[in-house]
Design a protein around this ligand. Structure first.
Ligand code: UD1
Length: 357
């Protein structure tokens, strides 16, 4: 029996694959590498010494996707695959609805058909919109502010309806706050294509000299120093949360929703200060206009995950900064370019050998 991980080559996906392999699970990854690099999975096998079965395919390709279910005994699906750039989703909403919603419908149909009714779904704190207060608990009102957020919210609702239609389903929805950091090896990490949209990859690109300075979006929020506050969570803590969520999914039924955050907020300036302290690298910045749709303050109440999943974030902001920097400074250009790195063994639907074998 294996766990099918969609989007397993991405930032959170690759770190979760690593934890799953270390936890003794067999895994199968389906990824179209549209916003990720197969090199991440190759490195996961190097770190763990374990094999991953990879299907380089698009979830929208129903016939190919069905072969994954026909070829394997799948116990559960961890569904990461999806597009996640807020700005792009505003300009190309259909692309987001097709890639995120349609793909989820297709995989759910196959899961239903092959009686694999267990899913862990990657949602986001974005479903809380602009919260009225903090900390944010799971019962807070939900509101999407853009097509990307709407896809997450719609999928959550689709999964709720799916359970109502068939009580055999077991679904765990994880609402991530702001994942940053990297595996302590510095061998896998966050590798956005183009100019990063998110804070930490932007900071690390400034630190490595590829971007001139950080632009801080807004200095007059009602926060400790006027800059936006977020709940940054180490990606390895987040990945470990998936294993506990998987345990829950495998041993229960129903739809369960959890915030995965630390419960503590840091302002942009506090993150810059922590990064400088953790790494000794100076980060020049300038204040610019607020980004539209940004909340002033957003941090989780993570007590439900602590009580029901026995999960708690363990790593602090300094470790997050150190690990993000180790990754970026060891890999100034991220994973090597896809054309150079694609190993033919990785683009076949078969077990690939351990590197150097
Ligand atoms: C963003 C997305 C959110 C998504 C999440 C994870 C938006 C509006 N929200 O969340 O939907 O789920 O990423 O991918 O894009 N900041 C700067 N300068 C920068 C970048 C960010 O000052 O160059 C500030 C932001 O204003 C914010 C904080 O840093 O206060 C964190 O920003 P970011 O990392 O983009 O995360 P979110 O906005 O919380």
């Amino acid at each position: 029996m294996a766990i099918l991980v969609t989007g397993g080559a991405g930032f959170i996906g690759s770190h979760t694959c690593l934890e799953l392999l270390s936890g003794g699970y067999d895994i199968i990854v389906v990824d179209n590498f549209s916003n990720s690099n197969p090199e991440s999975l190759k490195r996961v096998t190097e770190i763990t010494g374990k094999l991953i079965k990879i299907y380089p395919m698009d979830l929208l390709d129903l016939n190919s996707l069905e072969t994954v279910f026909l070829d394997n005994h799948i116990e559960a699906v961890i569904h990461f695959a999806g597009l996640k750039a807020v700005g792009e989703s505003v300009h190309d909403s259909l692309k987001y609805y097709k890639n995120n919603i349609t793909a989820t419908l297709l995989i759910c149909e196959l899961m239903q058909k092959y009686k694999v009714k267990k899913m862990v779904f990657s949602s986001s704190a974005t479903v809380y919109g602009l919260p009225d207060s903090v900390p944010i608990s799971e019962g807070f009102p939900l509101k999407a502010l853009n097509p990307y957020g709407r896809t997450k919210l719609m999928i959550e609702e689709i999964l709720q309806d799916l359970y109502v239609s068939d009580n055999e389903w077991s679904i765990t929805i994880l609402r991530y706050f702001n994942p940053i950091g990297a595996h302590e090896s510095g061998w896998i990490g966050e590798d956005p294509s183009g100019t990063p949209n998110n804070l930490m990859p932007y900071i690390t690109r400034v630190a490595v000299g590829q971007l001139k300075e950080l632009q801080i979006f807004g200095k007059d929020y009602a926060t400790v120093d006027g800059t936006g506050v977020r709940d940054y969570i180490h990606v390895v803590d987040l990945a470990k949360g998936h294993l506990l969520a998987l345990d829950k999914t495998l041993t229960s039924s129903g739809v369960h929703t959890y915030n995965l955050g630390t419960g503590r907020g840091y302002s942009v300036l506090e993150v810059v200060e922590a990064f400088e302290l953790a790494t000794g690298v100076h980060i020049p910045y300038k204040m610019v206009q607020p980004r539209s749709g940004d909340a002033a303050i957003c941090y989780a109440d993570p007590t439900k995950a602590e009580k029901e999943l026995n999960w708690k974030a363990a790593k602090g902001i300094i470790e997050m900064c150190q690990d993000a920097w180790r990754w970026q400074s060891n890999n100034p250009h991220g994973y090597v370019k896809k054309e150079e790195s694609v190993n033919p063994r990785l683009v076949q639907s078969e077990d690939f050998l351990l590197p150097n074998n």
